[in-house]
Design a protein around this ligand. Structure first.
Ligand SMILES: Nc1nc2c(ncn2[C@@H]2O[C@H](COP(=O)(O)OP(=O)(O)OP(=O)(O)O)[C@@H](O)[C@H]2O)c(=O)[nH]1
Ligand SMILES: [Mg+2]
Ligand SMILES: [Zn+2]
Length: 325
């Protein structure tokens, strides 16, 4: 007999039932989504729309923003109510980065769209954009690139915007120019968020939280400053937070990074992350081609023929070298 596939709901129920047997509390179980966490305290929004503080049952492992969970109320009659998360639903995907000493650090779960935010100040870093795109392609999630602070456009930095547009739009990515302070491009962004869960990622200080604030003006969101000396952000957002937009869709604001590396990717996955290199997969003379200086490398040939962009190939090669893949 063909195996029946369980729906997500059924899987959650089974997971919940297991825990119920183990604890025998007999308490009613509810589903919700993790909005954020402060140390061991999780903030969960139930499917009925209640936001509550939850503790975490032991041995559930890491639970992050965007995770679907099953919880019980500690005392359903107390005010405000609080809960215990007893089970974690299966994840569709998990965005992770390389944290302290190269250890994997979970950022957020169940993401449909990764929005790589860069700005004119601090300046964009193309290698960082490329690494985020590789992470997105492998989640998999749809990537979108934003160039924020477009109000700061001048003759000196004009080429930065032109280059990003030229490189990424020519390979099929969407590049959106915004100004969070002037509310430019925000309506367009809003229309690209409907019906999905998106996450804003990028350097500290590029304006991720400012963009969220434009979309949710009534919510209290901390906006940081830029250091005058270094033009870098001051890491104002410290934990990822999940927001539901009244216009449709969910948006996760994440803490800005100094650097980002995807975790645990092999050579094939890195190649998969450079979408314009797809036609050259498996076409090199040597099966174990390092795509650097071997004769008959299809990627080197494509580069010489001007079919692929030098900067992107540099990123590809650097990523292979950096990850030791
Ligand atoms: N000129 C200009 N400044 C902006 C724009 N968007 C944000 N800023 C400023 O940039 C600074 C940093 O903004 P945040 O929204 O805190 O940046 P962030 O990306 O959330 O930073 P982290 O939370 O540290 O990752 C603030 O001073 C904002 O006012 C913009 O479109 N134009
Ligand atoms: Mg922020
Ligand atoms: Zn090759």
């Amino acid at each position: 007999m063909a195996k029946r596939r369980l729906t997500e709901r059924q899987k959650r129920q089974i997971s919940a039932n297991k825990n119920q047997k183990a604890t025998a509390t007999g308490a009613a179980q509810h589903n919700g989504i993790v909005i954020t966490h402060h140390g061991k305290e999780l903030i969960v929004r139930s499917d009925t729309g209640e936001t509550l503080s939850c503790q975490l049952r032991q041995n559930l492992g890491t639970i992050v923003c965007g995770d679907r969970v099953v919880f019980e109320y500690i005392d359903p009659n107390s005010e405000p109510r609080s809960g215990i998360v007893i089970a974690l639903a299966e994840r569709r995907n998990l965005l992770q980065k390389s944290g302290f000493a190269g250890k994997a650090k979970a950022v957020a779960a169940n993401i449909d769209q990764v929005i790589v935010v860069c700005s004119l100040v601090p300046k964009p870093n193309s290698y960082l954009i490329d690494r985020y795109l590789v992470a997105a392609e492998n989640l998999p999630a749809r990537p979108l690139i934003i160039i924020n602070k477009i109000d700061l456009l001048d003759e000196q930095n004009e080429h930065v915007v032109n280059d990003i547009n030229a490189i990424y739009e020519s390979i099929g990515y969407r590049v959106l120019e915004t100004s969070a302070t002037r509310n430019t491009g925000i309506d367009e962004l809003q229309s690209m968020l409907v019906d999905s869960t998106s996450i804003l990622v990028g350097l500290s200080g590029v304006g991720k939280s400012s963009i969220v604030k434009d979309l949710l003006p009534d919510i209290d969101i901390r906006i940081g400053e830029i250091s005058q000396a270094s033009s870098e952000g001051k890491h104002t957002t410290t934990v990822s937070t999940f927001y539901t937009l009244p216009t449709g869709g969910n948006l996760i604001d994440s803490p800005g990074v100094r650097d980002f590396s995807p975790i645990d990717l092999d050579r094939e996955q890195i190649l998969k992350g450079f979408i314009e290199l797809k036609p050259y997969r498996g076409s090199c003379k040597f099966a174990n081609c390092s795509h650097t200086n071997e004769p008959g490398c299809a990627i080197t040939e494509a580069l010489e023929e001007g079919k692929v962009n030098q900067q992107r190939v540099n990123s590809f090669r650097k990523m292979l070298a950096d990850t030791d893949a």
